[in-house]
Design a binder for this molecule. Structure first.
Ligand code: DMJ
Length: 650
């Protein structure tokens, strides 16, 4: 190597003071180019100059076309990406369902093709953005500088898209606000309150059939559908969804579906299995479902199965305290508490009574009723209540409340209150102790748990923890408006109905104030003066499990008041379920985030109570036939299975 070139190389790369050398080098290169140019012939020089001028002129002349072309290319990339998304990128929500109720957005020239796509604009853009981002990363790693041009191109698209998306989001928000006021389909289709709305009823049937299709195609005979992965999950291994849904199919008039489910019960369902089941869950869903289907159809197969499961659950009551264990092995006839404790949940041991009492009445065998009534008696006698409110746990050895000091109408305590009233109704309003406990508990709620939110004064039911009030309310608490209304209908104080109406409004707002129109699992109410909104939701509480409590209460409130607004609210909730939880291949899914309408994040689970309760209560809400499960003849168990009110023997 020539010494001087080594010197140049070293000075550029390593000295850090190489600017002089660098300038010298540039000059040297300029001189060398000039020398080469001079060495060319005149013809060669003219030819080069001519080509350069030609390229320059063409560039100027075609500039708008180039811009247009690029713009077209960006649109093309968007559409191609979106249309050719591989399956995992396609939203798990039914496209046609998602289209419903989407606010019309102003079409922009560069979006014309996009607007013809299926699915909501916001969700499409969200997925598109995600895809663009991941494409860039992948190409970056894999292809290096050769594909830089493509990356830049996509980068430009993303930026433009973000701007467009922002605009669309603003429009969507405006449209949603408007929709909430007067443009909502529910309001457009409102019928006089005394007129049966067959189209809304049909909509529930369509939803049920869609849910059932998913279950039938991917989970037939198993406990729960996993609609996204098109598979199933097992809990007890007893066809939970199928049994929970039996009486709903009967009530909705879905005869074909009912008959094939009945055939499965008759030929496939067996309880002679070495499985642990939860006493409460299998009582309310399986025993309750079989009993109510027996009453509705008169078909003895359901009674036989009910007796079979009921008797297999009885070992749960063999405890020192007579407070049942949480788990039973229905094949072995053994029972036990959960591995980590000898406690049971208060709501669980006090919400199996309607079913076992009915089993005794039907079979004329007293042991079922005796076992569950003993539980009620012991709980009634216990210390540790707060003005009739019960703690959440009870010990199966000594029969005492444990973990005292926390009082809630949500998880682990909720249906204790519901079953006080409903047992009283079931038994013909004669069991005064049940009524007294219920009335005292409602006074306890008013005194300790009831508050108003700020700024709009929504009445809500909070919790007390060791003397401290917490403005936290589970969606589960939304059974309460319905229960209060049922009590008032049965002659309890009129102010129970007033409270029911106030709480009903609150439960509805838990849906209406969320971006998807679906309630989260738990909300926090603001109480301090100057709050800007009534409801907050913690990150961990943003999921929706397709729960029934609010539509359950809407059903009661409508039955008793005939105020059409309750139907409209139910209709809006059904629309939101269809928009954000319906899965295109069949079924509905619980979701992780009710605050993100672009990506509510499916959890891949359809709980059996969506068919057993949610859709049933919606159907009954939209039906104007007071004899379709008359509340003078039936009382619903906590899983929405109607059981007969006992005929008076006096
Ligand atoms: C159902 O299984 C019952 O309604 C129960 O009382 C509470 N939880 C679910 C529904 O949310």
């Amino acid at each position: 190597m020539h010494p001087s070139s080594r010197q140049d190389y070293v000075s550029i790369s390593f000295t850090g003071h190489g600017s002089g050398s660098y300038n010298n080098s540039k000059q040297w290169r300029r001189r060398s180019c000039w020398r080469k140019w001079k060495q060319l012939s005149r013809l060669q020089r003219s030819l080069i100059l001519f080509i350069l001028v030609l390229v320059f002129i063409c560039g100027i002349a075609s500039f708008p076309t180039v811009t247009e072309h690029l713009r077209g290319l960006t649109d093309g990339v968007k559409e191609t990406d979106s249309n050719s998304l591989p399956q995992p990128f396609i939203p798990p929500v039914l496209p046609e369902a998602l289209q419903q109720g989407q606010p019309p957005l102003p079409e922009q020239p560069s979006q014309r093709k996009l607007s013809n796509k299926r699915g909501p604009p916001l969700l499409q853009n969200h997925l598109q953005r995600k895809r663009n981002a991941s494409d860039v990363v992948i190409e970056d790693k894999a292809a290096g500088s050769k594909k830089e041009g493509k990356e830049v191109e996509k980068g430009v698209i993303s930026t433009a898209e973000v701007a467009i998306e922002n605009q669309r989001e603003v429009e969507a928000n405006k449209a949603r606000d408007k929709e909430n006021k007067d443009d909502h389909p529910a309001n457009q289709q409102v019928k006089p309150s005394n007129e049966s709305d067959t189209s809304w009823l049909e909509e529930v049937r369509v939803s049920f059939r869609h849910a059932w299709k998913g279950y039938k195609d991917f989970a037939w005979g198993y406990d729960e559908l996993r609609p996204i992965s098109k598979s199933y999950s097992e809990w007890f291994g007893l066809g939970l969804t199928l049994i929970d849904a039996l009486d709903t199919m009967w009530i909705l008039g879905l005869k074909e579906e009912f008959e094939e489910a009945k055939a499965w019960v008759a030929t496939e369902l067996t309880f002679n299995k070495n499985v642990d089941v939860n006493l409460f869950e299998s009582t309310i869903r399986i025993l309750g479902g079989l009993l109510s289907t027996y009453h509705l159809t008169g078909d003895a197969i359901f009674l036989d199965k009910a007796i079979d499961i009921g008797s297999r659950l009885m070992p749960a009551f063999n405890t020192p305290s007579k407070i049942p264990y949480s788990d039973v092995n229905i094949g072995k006839g053994t029972a036990h508490p959960p591995r980590w404790t000898s406690d049971s949940t208060v709501a669980e041991v006090t919400s199996i009574q309607l079913e076992f009492r009915e089993l005794s009445r039907l079979t004329q065998e007293p042991q079922y009723q005796a076992a569950v009534s003993e539980v009620m008696k012991r709980v009634h006698d216990l210390d540790g209540k707060l003005d009739g409110l019960v703690p959440m746990f009870i010990n199966t050895n000594n029969g005492q409340f444990t973990h005292q000091g926390i009082y809630t109408l949500g998880a682990r305590a909720d249906s204790y209150y519901e079953y006080l009233l409903k047992q009283w109704i079931q038994g013909g309003k004669k069991e005064n102790q049940l009524l007294e406990d219920y009335l005292q508990a409602i006074e306890g709620v008013k005194k300790n748990l009831l508050q108003k939110s700020s700024p709009n004064g929504l009445t809500f039911v909070g919790e007390v923890s060791h003397g401290q009030f917490s403005p936290k309310m589970d969606h589960l608490v939304c059974f309460l408006p319905g229960t209060l209304a049922l009590g008032a209908y049965n002659g309890l104080p009129a102010d129970h109905m007033d409270l029911a109406k106030q709480l009903m409004e609150t439960c509805y707002q838990m849906y209406a104030q969320m971006e998807t129109g679906l309630s989260p699992e738990i909300v926090q109410f603001n109480m301090h003066v100057g709050s800007i909104r009534d409801i907050d939701v913690k990150l961990a509480d943003r999921h929706n499990l397709l729960r029934p409590e609010t539509v359950e209460s809407l059903f009661y409130l409508y039955r008793f008041t005939k105020d059409h607004k309750y139907r409209e609210w139910g209709w809006k909730i059904l629309q939101s379920f269809n928009k954000y939880t319906k899965v295109s291949s069949g079924g509905y899914t619980s979701i992780n985030n009710v605050r993100d309408p672009e990506y509510p994040s499916p959890r891949d689970k359809m709980e059996s109570f969506f068919l057993g309760e949610t859709l049933k209560y919606l159907y009954l809400l939209f039906s104007d036939d007071p004899d379709l499960i008359s509340l003078d003849r039936y009382v619903f168990n906590t899983e929405a299975h109607p059981l007969p009110i006992w005929p008076s023997t006096a």
